[in-house]
Design a protein around this ligand. Structure first.
Ligand code: FAD
Ligand code: UDP
Length: 358
């Protein structure tokens, strides 16, 4: 059998590139996916109770890229959801990232912008150089807030404290002097109005795209010839781990459906300092779904299992670079996405990379 393109992985990277090839080049794509569904980690579905849930944890789309927003908007409308995250600390519910609102709830007093600035100035630690994910936080707000919000959550999430991780990990949550309580400040944000999976179905609805589910790439590689291959799975797996295994953080998701309409005050509530789980997601908030019951999901980070998070540590980047060199030697084979580039990428970054590759 011969196809123009094989695309491995039906996540955002694989779906975007397949859609472009099929519609813009009018070429045939064989899209191979090891799971029993499309959508990758962004997959959502109705559970037995009839509640729309995200199988692999909370996914909120956000971007400043007009190109990416307009591209995905070809396949979906957006529901206008704005993400707000509550952190449960010291027995209080406060918004994260740290803002004026967070500080007022935490310290039970009012702050003017000037007072808040002075507060942070007093406590922040002056460093010559930012070298890790702890430095980013303590250089903005000092040790106390670092310990309250970041130290233990990060240990649970990554298995190591922030001082062993790249600054980008905590830089995602920069401190604010204003009352903006949104989790993301991007210009465009929301959730596909009928869910992510419906959006993916529309992207792949093309007679040039043939989808093969429940199939690992290595099961078919000897039988299907191709002009070009786009691989979005783990790069170390592709090369049979010749340079060693790249470590990923994994998660256990524990779902519960409850006989109440609402469980918590936001879609996501983080628990930095208590429990083994990092956060609880209640999906109805995302989709504005009305239902007499509600489904929640606890996240328990772990070392083994499905690869979800490439670990941003310098020594693993060194291993990845060896694979990247192998990848560059291959003609007509391209590697994109979170797993193939071993990079902590958001959804919009993945789409942009796929559009650029196309
Ligand atoms: P994936 O979605 O992982 O898709 C890769 C696909 O390839 C998978 O379906 C996999 O089964 C398949 N595959 C792998 N190997 C093989 C093989 N050998 N053969 C066949 N198929 C294979 N980003 C945001 O922007 N906003 C968020 O709120 C957000 N929340 C997140 C929450 C969690 C818990 C996680 C883990 C990630 C989150 N992300 C978020 C990141 C987002 O999930 C990724 O950016 C996005 O899914 C990456 O798309 P991808 O196509 O690169 O990878
Ligand atoms: N983080 C934290 N406390 C929190 C939330 C996040 O320490 O309450 C840290 C943690 O290391 C996490 C990182 O900030 O991995 C980025 O958070 P984000 O919500 O962006 O994580 P993701 O969406 O990747 O799960």
């Amino acid at each position: 059998m011969k196809v123009d393109f094989i695309v491995v992985g039906a996540g955002l990277a694989g779906c975007t590139v397949s859609e472009r090839i099929a519609t813009q080049l009018n070429k045939r794509v064989l899209l191979v996916e090891q799971r029993n569904h499309i959508g990758g980690n962004t997959y959502d579905h109705y559970n037995d109770a009839g509640i729309l849930v995200q199988k692999y944890g909370p996914h909120i789309f956000h971007t400043n890229s007009k190109e990416v927003w307009e591209y995905l908007s070809l396949f979906t409308e957006w529901n206008g959801y704005i993400h707000r995250v509550i952190a449960n600390v010291n027995g209080k519910e406060v918004y994260l990232p740290i803002s004026m609102d967070t500080m007022e709830r935490l310290y039970e007093r009012e702050f003017t912008a000037e007072e808040l600035k002075r507060f942070f100035e007093k406590w922040k630690i002056k460093l010559d150089k930012i070298t890790n994910a702890k430095d980013i936080v303590i250089s903005q707000v000092g040790e106390e807030l670092y310990e309250l919000f970041f130290k233990n959550y990060t240990k649970k999430q990554w298995g190591v404290y922030p001082d062993e991780l790249d600054p980008q990990v905590t830089n995602r949550l920069s401190v604010r002097l204003n009352r903006d309580t949104r989790y993301f400040t991007d210009k465009y944000q929301g959730i596909p109005i009928h869910g992510y999976t419906k959006m993916f179905e529309k992207m792949l609805d093309n007679r040039n795209i043939h989808i093969l589910l429940n199939t690992d790439y290595k099961e078919i590689r000897d039988y299907v010839k191709f002009d070009r291959l786009i691989f979005t799975g783990p790069i170390d797996y592709f090369f049979d781990y010749v340079h060693g295994k790249l470590p990923y953080r994994s998660l256990d998701f524990r779902f519960e459906t409850l006989d109440i309409e609402k469980f918590q005050n936001a879609a996501v509530v983080n628990y930095p300092n208590n429990h083994d789980y990092t956060r609880i997601t209640e999906f109805k908030h995302f989709y504005f779904q009305k239902h007499v019951k509600t489904t929640i999901c606890y996240e328990y980070p772990k070392a083994e299992g499905d690869p979800y998070y490439p670990i941003p540590k310098p020594e693993f980047q060194e291993i990845y670079q060896k694979y990247k060199i192998e990848a560059e030697k291959l003609k007509n084979v391209y590697f994109i996405g979170r797993l193939a580039e071993y990079s902590y990428l958001n959804m919009d970054q993945v789409v942009l990379k796929a559009l650029d590759l196309f």
